[in-house]
Design a protein around this ligand. Structure first.
Ligand code: ACO
Length: 329
């Protein structure tokens, strides 16, 4: 039977052990720790080990989320994994997570690609799936950005890091996902082309450059888009719910740049104490950013039962979206 209230029931996160500091980056590209800190707020980020990928990181985060929700993997009906850095185009990473959790053949699992807004997109889909059917879904955001980073480009390689976050979504005794939306509009200022065998295809002109499969970004343009997307998301959620900005208890914004977090908080008229910040430690972990931040905020006791928590993200696509959660436990 379909349940009335759907909520996030448990959170989990995983970041690789290896830390890459700004000082380390000074040895790789022409940059300075001070410049990175001042322009982005990032001090260090994590880099996946050679034997780690979006699946191993996603599984680690998922196990924690399941434990926090008090559920066994076999109680899940769906796995949705948001990523921008798959090491296989197919099969879907979500199915590899399904396999690792011992759920082959019994549930449906699929990947979702929506830039750094992927987690918000996946949450949006999961909420609607489980609301219809009264079931449980695992929602994962996992990205190994270091694999798609051009480590000779100082404009981009300083920004990104690796990690995974996960939540379990399902019928809830307390709290609910109050409202959510997703939006998109074509914008090529942040893109990553697929690497394929152009040089050996008899049907295509020869490949002229090899760096195209790296993440490519016009930073200042993306910055302007990001600040606008955060403002629009906050405005839209406030209009839909008829809440005032003062009613927001906690803001989880996509951790891309401290200056974007600051602009979002100012617009929402929310003091920085109510805005979670871990961009200094992890940089931009793309689809993993919001669920890692949410998990850490919960772990640190910053989110309490009944709090109105706003999750906002934006990313390549361009994509943006938000979810207002009345926290349940
Ligand atoms: N170290 C030192 N100098 C640098 C570096 C660096 N790592 N990178 C760029 N510079 C230089 C530039 O070459 C430029 O020099 P010039 O003026 O001599 O040409 C100068 O610094 C200023 O460069 P800008 O790119 O204009 O610097 P800006 O203040 O805009 O900061 C940044 C750049 C940090 C990339 C910023 O634009 C930004 O954060 N943009 C948004 C990025 C983002 O959020 N991306 C992801 C969002 S979506 C998603 O998450 C997938």
């Amino acid at each position: 039977m379909a349940a009335k209230n759907i909520n996030i029931l448990g959170t989990g996160a995983y970041v690789p052990e290896r830390v890459l500091t700004n000082e380390d980056l000074e040895k790789i590209v022409d940059t300075s720790s001070t410049w990175i800190m001042e322009r982005t707020g990032i001090r260090e980020r994590r880099i996946a080990a050679p034997d780690e990928d979006i699946v191993t990181m996603g599984v680690a985060a998922a196990r924690l989320a399941l434990a926090a929700a008090g559920l066994e993997a076999r109680q899940l009906s769906y796995i949705i994994l948001a990523t921008n850095s798959p090491n296989y185009l197919y099969p879907a990473a979500a199915i590899r997570v399904q396999d690792a959790l011992g759920l082959n053949g019994v549930i449906g699992a699929f990947d979702l690609q929506a830039g750094c807004c992927g987690f918000n997109y996946a949450l949006y889909v999961a909420e609607r799936l489980v609301a219809q059917e009264g079931k449980y879904a695992l929602v994962i955001g996992s990205d190994a950005n270091s694999r798609f980073t051009d480590w000779t480009n100082r404009s981009t390689c300083i920004l990104f890091g690796d990690g995974a976050g996960a939540v379990v979504v399902g019928p809830a005794q307390k709290g609910r996902i109050v409202t959510s939306f997703i939006a998109s509009s074509l914008n090529m200022n942040l893109h990553c082309e697929t690497e394929f065998n152009q040089e050996v295809s008899p049907f295509l002109p020869p490949q002229t450059h090899t760096e195209r499969h790296f993440l490519t970004m016009d930073g200042p343009e993306v910055f302007k888009f990001a600040v606008g997307a955060v403002k629009e998301s906050i405005r839209r959620i406030m209009e839909t719910t008829q809440l005032n900005r003062e009613d927001l208890d906690f803001l989880i914004l996509h951790q891309a740049n401290w200056r974007i977090l600051d602009a979002g908080a100012r617009f929402a008229k929310v003091p920085m104490e109510k805005v979670f910040v871990n961009v200094d430690r992890y940089g931009n972990t793309s689809a993993a950013s919001v669920p890692i931040a949410l998990h850490e905020a919960v772990q640190e006791g910053k989110i309490k039962e009944g709090d109105k928590v706003l999750l906002v993200s934006f990313g390549a696509g361009a994509t943006w979206g938000a979810a207002l959660i009345e926290w349940g436990k």
